[in-house]
Design a protein. Structure first.
Length: 257
């Protein structure tokens, strides 16, 4: 393992466009305000997120929305072009994910909760976990990209509504105060207009931003602020265990008992 070098670079790698905005855009905005480069990536383009448009058309729209959202933080967006609802833990997809980590070379990685309402999120979480661990292994070859020998700090965002598929609460280990960046988080989420329309049609919900704010308020209540985003840190064998996010965002990170 190479000597640790602090690269002010954070990667948010999720399953679908708008997952990042719902779960951790406020925290990304805080990092960006402190000089960090922000990269948003999704395994899919959300190609099943429309009743009217075919996969190619909705994918093009959603990628453009994700690019526009990332630009708000002067960031870049990457899509690995897996199929919505069909994300698999398999060699081909894992190699794509390892290649992403090697290309971006982040210090901090945000991933979906290992337990969530949708399997796409859970599989993405596993792929990101393995990719962070394996990105430095020289016997895993990725064309034209060298291994990345500094293992990133890995954080899991809250699941949707803070519960697993059984409805059991998933409690964060710490919450980030995003009062000062909620406006940015909302602006980023509003870039995803196609998903708002999709949820209204398919799930009969027309409260896209409202639902996001309601959950952020529930996390904020845990630390006596208006809005918050909750996280858990990956602390498995051989992974870095210092909460670097707390070091960078000292006044905003509040650990829970």
């Amino acid at each position: 393992m190479e000597k640790f070098i602090m690269r002010k670079k954070a990667l948010c790698a999720m399953a679908h466009p708008d997952d990042c905005e719902f779960t951790c855009a406020g925290t990304l905005a805080l990092l960006n305000q402190r000089g960090w480069e922000i990269i948003i990536a999704t395994l899919t383009a959300g190609d099943c997120g429309s009743k009217r448009l075919n996969k190619i058309k909705i994918s093009k729209i959603r990628k453009k929305e994700a690019i526009d959202s990332a630009k708000i933080l002067d960031g870049n967006y990457f899509c690995l072009d897996e199929e919505d609802v069909f994300i698999l833990y398999q060699k081909e997809t894992l190699l794509k994910t390892i290649k992403l980590i090697r290309k971006v070379r982040p210090t901090i990685v945000f991933a979906p909760s290992p337990s969530d309402y949708m399997i796409d999120h859970e599989i993405t979480s596993k792929l990101i976990q393995t990719a962070c661990f394996a990105a430095g292994m020289p016997n895993i070859k990725t064309k034209d990209i060298e291994p990345f020998n500094t293992m990133p700090y890995l954080y899991y965002a809250d699941p949707l509504e803070g519960i697993d598929k059984m409805g059991i609460p998933i409690e964060p280990s710490f919450v980030v105060n995003i009062d000062s960046t909620m406006e940015i988080k909302e602006k980023m989420l509003c870039c995803h207009e196609s998903q708002r329309s999709w949820l209204k049609e398919y799930h009969k919900i027309d409260e896209y931003v409202l639902k996001m704010k309601q959950f952020a308020r529930s996390r904020g209540e845990l630390i006596n602020c208006r809005y918050g985003e909750g996280f858990r840190m990956h602390l498995g064998h051989a992974t870095p265990k210092e909460n670097i996010l707390k070091g960078v965002l000292t006044d905003f990170v509040h650990e829970l008992d």
